[in-house]
Design a protein around this ligand. Structure first.
Ligand SMILES: [Zn+2]
Length: 413
């Protein structure tokens, strides 16, 4: 199967690729240290492990699309969780399948007759993941969030709760992710799919640090299921859409740059609009704060002045013009603003203080993502690489978008 200049081998045995949402490599380090993830530890030892780079911004939608298309946002078009439509000037949520500009590995294999399973925790991702998938001959696509609403027409499967033997998981729970894995295991047992893409949610990682009791128990539960996938004969590949980092200061308050407020003051009210493209309908756990924002200026001549002002702010790591960010981070230029800004590892950038509801944090430390630092993600394959791919992997840092290629073409099986 050929897609975006990569040719993919037909799966020799079922491939289960799991995207551990927010699965920062630090959680694995803590898990290894505490000896609680024996299956992952075995994959790392017997198979392959590297810390790879995900796509920027280090958000959920862009990276899920990079993984399933094998390309960067420049090609697939999904460069955030929402953007400003240049014509209407209105914010547009980037989860619509019409915004995805590339075909996907899942879609192409399903159309060539493979049985493909795509399961995601949150339904917002499902339609994009499902784009181009042929569900008429055994392939399925659904979310655990809406597992009670599946139909043969829309999802290629029905009565999912009975099939999995579990109640509908809560939207904000570890179970929303574990249901994805359990459904994948059940499908592997009964339908023998060729390819499974299992995409989880970062609810636990947003709230709990690596090594905490809550994070560890989530990793213990995931690890058992990864072991089961392998036991059932699957090649298991694990990566993440993005990492996760602590963004609070010593007294537990989040380190926030209220960029809209500052720029209103320094460039004048109405001179710009700061967009935090991490925002989605589920802002509860991160207050819509992340490490990457776009700025849309009223007057293009404010670019230089705006950029100079932002560069001097404490906690800002880098400012780009739209053209430079598109080039450097492989983003689609027509979905950029005028400037793009990333924060450093310990800081987040918000718009206007009054627009961000931080009450959901309830005194907890802010953990979130979006910056260059959370683009570090694990890249794990349960089988050893063949000589060609081992050599390639040794020459540079891998990109998470290559994991399908490495899992399908690059192992010794
Ligand atoms: Zn995510």
């Amino acid at each position: 199967m050929e897609l975006n200049d990569v040719s993919y081998s037909w799966p020799k045995k079922p491939l289960a690729l799991v995207c551990i949402d927010g699965g920062d490599p630090e959680y694995l380090q803590a898990g290894l240290r505490d000896g609680i993830i024996p299956n992952i530890a075995r994959f790392m030892e017997e198979g392959f492990y590297q810390v790879a780079k995900g796509s920027m911004p280090s958000f959920t939608c862009p990276n899920n699309m990079s993984i399933v298309t094998g390309t960067e946002p420049k090609i697939h078009g999904i460069s955030g969780n929402f953007f400003i439509d240049p014509k209407s000037k209105e914010p547009v949520v980037m989860t619509g399948p019409e915004l995805l500009r590339s075909r996907s590995i899942l879609g192409e294999f399903s159309r060539e007759g493979a049985v493909v399973v795509s399961i995601t925790a949150k339904d917002k991702l499902r339609k994009q993941l499902q784009k181009g998938m042929d569900l008429s001959s055994g392939s399925v696509s659904f979310s655990s969030q809406h597992a009670d609403k599946c139909t043969m027409d829309e999802n290629g499967i029905e009565n999912v709760l009975e099939f999995v033997g579990q109640p509908l998981p809560n939207m904000y729970s570890a179970e929303l992710s574990l249901f994805v894995l359990d459904a994948g295991i059940k499908l592997l047992e009964e339908k023998k799919p060729n390819l499974l893409y299992l995409s989880l949610t970062d609810f636990i990682q947003h709230a709990h640090a690596p090594g905490s009791e809550e994070a560890n128990s989530f990793y213990i539960e995931m690890d058992k299921r990864f072991g089961r996938l392998q036991e059932l004969g699957a090649l298991v590949a694990l990566t993440a859409d993005h990492g996760m980092a602590d963004k609070s200061n010593e007294s537990g308050e989040p380190n926030v740059i209220w960029l809209q407020d500052s720029l209103d003051e320094k460039l004048g009210h109405g001179a710009c609009r700061v967009i935090c493209p991490i925002t989605d309908a589920f802002v509860g756990h991160h207050g819509a704060l992340g490490g990457f924002v776009r700025i849309y200026l009223e007057k293009e001549q404010d670019r230089k002045k705006g950029s100079e002002i932002i560069q001097t702010m404490e906690g800002v790591e880098k400012v780009w013009t739209a053209e430079n960010v598109a080039k450097e981070l492989e983003l689609p230029l027509d979905r950029e603003g005028d400037l793009a800004v990333v924060a450093d590892k310990r800081t987040v950038i918000g718009g206007s203080e009054k627009d961000h509801d931080l009450s959901a944090l309830k005194g907890k430390r802010l953990r979130t993502h979006g910056s260059l630092h959370e683009a570090n993600v694990p890249f794990i394959i349960s089988e050893p690489l063949n000589d060609i791919y081992l050599k390639r992997a040794g020459e540079r840092t891998l990109r998470s978008r290559e994991i399908f290629e490495y899992a399908l073409n690059g192992t010794k099986i």
